[in-house]
Design a protein around this ligand. Structure first.
Ligand code: UDP
Length: 323
């Protein structure tokens, strides 16, 4: 298929583009490089540098390429930043996303795979979180993604735009070529690995007094290549749908650090800090729906396997995508 990957220079988009190309799909990447990296663009793909806020570039790109489907990864995705700058989140994730949808309709492209998030749920009453769990986001990031999910329902009902919205839990790990390199790194696994690389003295643990067995927050870490495969299966979905995507397992912050010690062989000193605002104590996915309907199966079942792939990438590219 001919696929336009919007946000294909970012962490998740770059690896989805790589897996699509490996499977012989024809891929073009549209990215404004605000958070993504030119070096994360797979050289086999056509690259268009452009911003979804620029309606003309967006419309021209869709009209010229006329892809069979679009994968939409281009978004602002940091909870903490969204609490300081909600305008950025509502503008990028809703208004600019609408430009994409309208350009798709004008070019008669009616198939979309959308990057959504477990942040649309807010703190759940119970885990695992399935698709019936009420969505009550507690930050503008989750709110913006939920708003876009609602817009997608209407675009399907009114314009016949078929979509699959994938709500990721904690994406982690790397492929051999592409990995996680954020200009401002807030995520746990890359921060722990920076300590292992000697680039940071210690890793901070945000909160050790949660009501969990070891006092630290629990997350469902899912390998980026398993996520990529879910996107490819989503292209074949019979109708519009929402799916939660995780492994169904939970790892605490301390367990992640322990796994990194084991895989890297480094001591990894920690500093215990107070809780980070907005962190729910436990987020674990039920992915039964996508397993049943699309036959998705995660191949990376253990945290060690996920950390191992991330460590290999960070050792190969200790400065990430920098020169
Ligand atoms: N965390 C931490 N130290 C760090 C980064 C993250 O203790 O340097 C914790 C964070 O508070 C959360 C978990 O690790 O409980 C996962 O955070 P991350 O930012 O990786 O993903 P999130 O779940 O917020 O999307």
């Amino acid at each position: 298929m001919k696929i336009l990957v919007v946000g294909g220079a970012g962490y998740i988009g770059s690896i989805c583009a790589e897996v699509l190309l490996d499977q012989k799909h024809d891929v073009a990447i549209l990215d404004n490089l605000s958070d993504g990296h030119r070096r994360a663009v797979d050289p086999r793909a056509e690259f268009i540098e452009g911003d979804l806020g620029d309606r003309k570039t967006t419309a021209d790109t869709l009209a010229r390429l006329r892809p069979e489907a679009v994968m939409h990864f281009a978004a602002s995705a940091l909870v903490g930043e969204s609490m300081l700058n909600p305008s950025k989140y509502f503008r990028n994730n809703i208004a600019n996303g609408l430009n994409l949808l309208d350009a798709m309709l004008a070019a008669e492209v009616r198939r979309l795979v959308f990057s959504s998030t477990c942040a649309t749920f807010g703190p759940p009453e119970r885990v695992p979180i399935d698709e019936e769990t009420p969505q009550r986001p507690i930050n503008p990031y989750g709110e913006s993604k939920l708003a876009f999910e609602k817009i997608l329902r209407w675009y399907d009902a009114i314009h016949g735009l078929r979509f699959v919205s994938l709500r990721y839990f904690n994406a982690a790990g790397a492929s051999e070529k592409f990995g996680e390199d954020h200009r401002c790194e807030t995520h746990l696994i890359p921060n722990v690995l920076k300590v292992a690389l000697g680039q940071k003295k210690h890793v901070e643990i945000f909160g050790t007094d949660y009501e969990t067995p070891d006092g630290t927050c629990i997350r469902d870490y899912i390998h980026i290549i398993d996520l990529a495969h879910a996107h490819i299966l989503a292209l074949q979905a019979p109708g519009s749908a929402f799916y939660n995507l995780g492994t169904g397992g939970g790892s605490s912050v301390r367990e992640v650090i322990e796994s990194c010690r084991k895989i890297t062989g480094k001591p990894i000193p920690v500093m215990e800090k107070s809780r980070r605002p907005g962190d729910p104590l436990r987020l674990i996915a039920s992915s039964e729906k996508i397993k049943g309907e699309l036959g998705w199966r995660p191949r990376f079942q253990t945290l060690d396997a996920i950390v191992d792939s991330a460590w290999k990438w960070h050792q190969k590219f200790p400065r990430g995508y920098e020169d």
